[in-house]
Structure formats: structure tokens, C-alpha cells
Design a protein. Structure first.
Length: 384
């Protein structure tokens, strides 16, 4: 099937080809939705491998290829893969350079989508050592869907803090997407090329959590046959995401506070300390103020973590985003184009969504299975 004949609900495979890492990142970040399946390539040869290995309909092409002349690359691609559309992109903004495509074409849809998301300035250097003044705040959060007023506030708050090293506390009910906000903050930060390390404080037994966080030296405890760095050290230069921070045991809270205050670690069984440069983002669905009052959470740690709080709204407070969320999940879970009937959408809009976006995701996945390959999700397919 050609790119222009692709069904409107199906994800479009495209490759962003450029030796400029910043340009590739910015273009890919602006296409974070279920409509686009984005891969990146640094050269013409790498782009050809991407086209050969997957269902690619579009190639977004920077003219500065390190291995092939652009005209050679275009000629080769058109002769071997005539169904793939080649679209030049601006070498500084990443914006597609398209003449006047048909409103029914994928090119037109791409141009319309990207024009709604302003580009961040692209670097010409491949060096990852970015200065804060070089990157303008992005007007979106990669991976998040929704333009409702509550989500606009979340995006505005996150953009303000993304490129700083300030500790962020993300709060909100379970299933609202706190992990997506944390990842977006990392992607938009100056640490984006360094590790993003996640540790779920509720998922690791208390007896093991300290070793996971801080590491240990050989012989520190039975079974410690060799030294090991902890998750904090593994995030060196990048971001440490502490999910479910409200479940962090009291005994470890003072040690975490010391690290936050001084940037120093002491592994289990060691006598020396060493410095680690890590930006910390924490998240919880618990009311930490109530935990502080109940003496289940240290007050000083609470204030240290909540220097910059970002609260995510429950889905019931951003229902105008539900149709777009539902369509994104439909595109993700259905191998073919599936529409949401008005009756099914009405059922979704009347639900209170105690499980928030995660619950909606599960409901849509179940509905695509119950639809049995049909072209429409009907009300009877929505099981709540």
C-alpha cells in the first residue's frame, strides 16, 4: 500500500535521517503520538537498513548526509522502494519542506501535525555538552497526550523546570501518567543523553532496597561476593526517578536526604564516600503531608523533594482529552483501522475512570479484542 493510500487510523512508519543528533531528537519528539512510528538514522546507509527492515512510508531527509550525496540516496531509494515518500526537512528547524500536498495525503497530515508543534532550535554540533541558553523550552511534553486546560498547566509547569537540576515531585492518582512526565522531563533536560534510571520503592523488599539504591562492597553481607554500584551511581550524569517514594522505608529516608543535600554516597560495608551528579525526580500517589503528620515520612525529606511539585489531574478532570487518548490506544492495539462508534464514545465519556488513563488503556485494548477484527468499536465492546 502506498503512503498516500494508507488508512487514516494506522500508524505511519517514518525515518528521520540526519547526522545532527539534536535535529533528529527534536523531530522525533514532535511526532510522539500513536499516528507515527518513528525511527532515526544518522546516514544514508543506516536509513536504507531501516527501510529494508520495516514498514516505512516516509523518509524525512536532512541534506547533509555523511556517506552519500543526497541525489544518489534519493535515486537509490526511489528505484528500490518507489512506495516510500521522501520529504526534505529544514536543516535548522526540522520542519518538512513540502510544496502543496493533497489534503488527503500523508504529507499534508505530517505538515499539519508538525506545524502545531513549534520546533526547538537544533544544534549543528554533535557534542552532547549543551548549555542552558542554547535550548529554548519545548512547548509540549514528549509522550503525553491531551490539550485540556489541566494538561496545559502540567505542560507549562514541566517546561519551566525541565532544563534545571531542581528536584521535582510528581503527584497524582495511580494511572495518571506520572512516569511519562518524569521521562519527558529527562528528555527535555540537559541530561537527555545520560542515563534515566528508575527504581520503584514499593516493588523492592526493604532488606534489598538500600543495596539497590546505594550499592555495596564485597563482603558487606552474606552473598555479597563482589562489589556493586547502586542505582543512584548508575544514573551518574543523568536522572534518577524514584517512583512510589511514599513507600520508602523510614530507615532509608535519612540516607536519601543526606545524598540530596550533599550529593555524596556511601555504599553498604564501605567507610569512604564519593560524589555523584544526579538529578532526582520523585513520584507518588500518596498524600505525603498526611504521611508526615502520621510520622510515616520525614518532614525534612518531604520539603527537600517537593521543591518543585507537579500535580497530574485525574482523567475525570480532563475528559476533553479522552477521545484523543482512546484513538491513540486504538491505533496502538489494533493491526488495522478501527473507529470508535458514537455510542461507544458516549459510554466512555459517562464513566468516572477511577483507574484513570491506565484503566482507559486497558478498556480499549480489551475492546479491540472483543471487536474481533471488526472496523468499529461498539458500545457492547466497552466493558467497565
Amino acid at each position: 500500500m502506498s503512503a498516500t493510500a494508507r488508512p487514516p487510523g494506522e500508524a505511519v512508519g517514518l525515518v528521520v535521517v540526519s547526522p545532527n543528533r539534536e535535529l533528529r531528537f527534536d523531530v522525533a519528539a514532535r511526532l510522539q503520538s500513536g499516528r507515527w512510528a518513528v525511527t532515526q538514522a544518522t546516514s544514508g546507509a543506516e536509513a536504507l537498513e531501516c527501510v529494508e527492515s520495516g514498514a516505512v512510508s516516509l523518509v524525512l531527509l536532512d541534506a547533509a548526509l555523511p556517506d552519500l550525496r543526497v541525489d544518489e540516496f534519493k535515486e537509490l531509494l526511489r528505484s528500490e522502494y518507489p512506495q516510500v515518500e521522501i520529504i526534505p526537512i529544514h536543516p535548522h528547524t526540522g520542519q518538512p519542506i513540502i510544496g502543496t500536498p493533497s489534503p488527503q495525503s500523508v504529507s499534508f497530515e505530517l505538515l499539519r501535525h508538525m506545524s502545531r508543534v513549534p520546533a526547538a532550535p537544533a544544534r549543528t554540533s554533535e557534542e552532547p555538552g549543551l548549555q542552558e541558553a542554547e535550548i529554548a523550552p519545548a512547548p509540549y511534553l514528549p509522550g503525553l497526550i491531551g490539550s485540556s486546560p489541566p494538561m496545559q498547566r502540567v505542560c507549562a509547569m514541566a517546561r519551566l523546570v525541565a532544563q534545571r537540576d531542581t528536584t521535582v515531585l510528581i503527584t497524582g492518582q495511580s494511572g495518571t501518567g506520572k512516569d511519562l512526565v518524569a521521562r519527558a522531563l529527562h528528555q527535555l533536560s540537559l541530561r537527555r543523553y545520560k542515563p534515566f534510571v528508575v527504581i520503584n520503592c514499593a516493588a523492592i523488599p526493604e532488606a534489598l532496597l538500600e543495596a539497590e539504591l546505594f550499592g555495596y562492597v564485597k563482603g558487606a553481607f552474606t552473598g555479597a561476593v563482589q562489589s556493586r554500584i547502586g542505582r543512584i551511581h548508575a544514573a551518574q550524569g543523568g536522572t534518577l526517578f524514584l517512583d512510589e517514594i511514599g513507600d520508602l522505608p523510614l530507615g532509608l529516608q535519612s540516607k536519601l536526604l543526606r545524598f540530596l543535600e550533599h550529593g555524596e554516597l556511601q555504599r553498604l560495608g564501605a567507610t569512604d564516600t564519593f560524589s555523584v551528579d544526579v538529578r532526582v525526580i520523585a513520584a507518588t500517589n500518596a498524600d505525603l503531608r498526611k504521611l508526615v503528620e502520621a510520622r510515616g515520612f520525614r518532614e525534612d525529606l518531604f520539603y527537600r523533594l517537593s521543591i518543585f511539585p507537579v500535580e497530574l489531574p485525574p482523567l475525570r478532570d480532563r475528559m476533553s482529552d479522552l477521545p484523543e487518548l482512546a484513538q491513540t490506544f486504538l491505533a496502538k492495539f489494533s493491526p488495522q483501522t478501527v473507529s470508535l462508534s458514537p455510542e461507544a464514545e458516549s459510554v466512555l465519556m459517562q464513566h468516572s475512570w477511577p483507574g484513570n488513563v491506565r484503566e482507559l488503556r486497558n478498556v480499549i485494548e480489551r475492546a479491540t479484542i472483543l471487536a474481533g477484527g471488526g472496523a468499529s468499536i461498539r458500545a457492547e465492546h466497552i466493558l467497565l
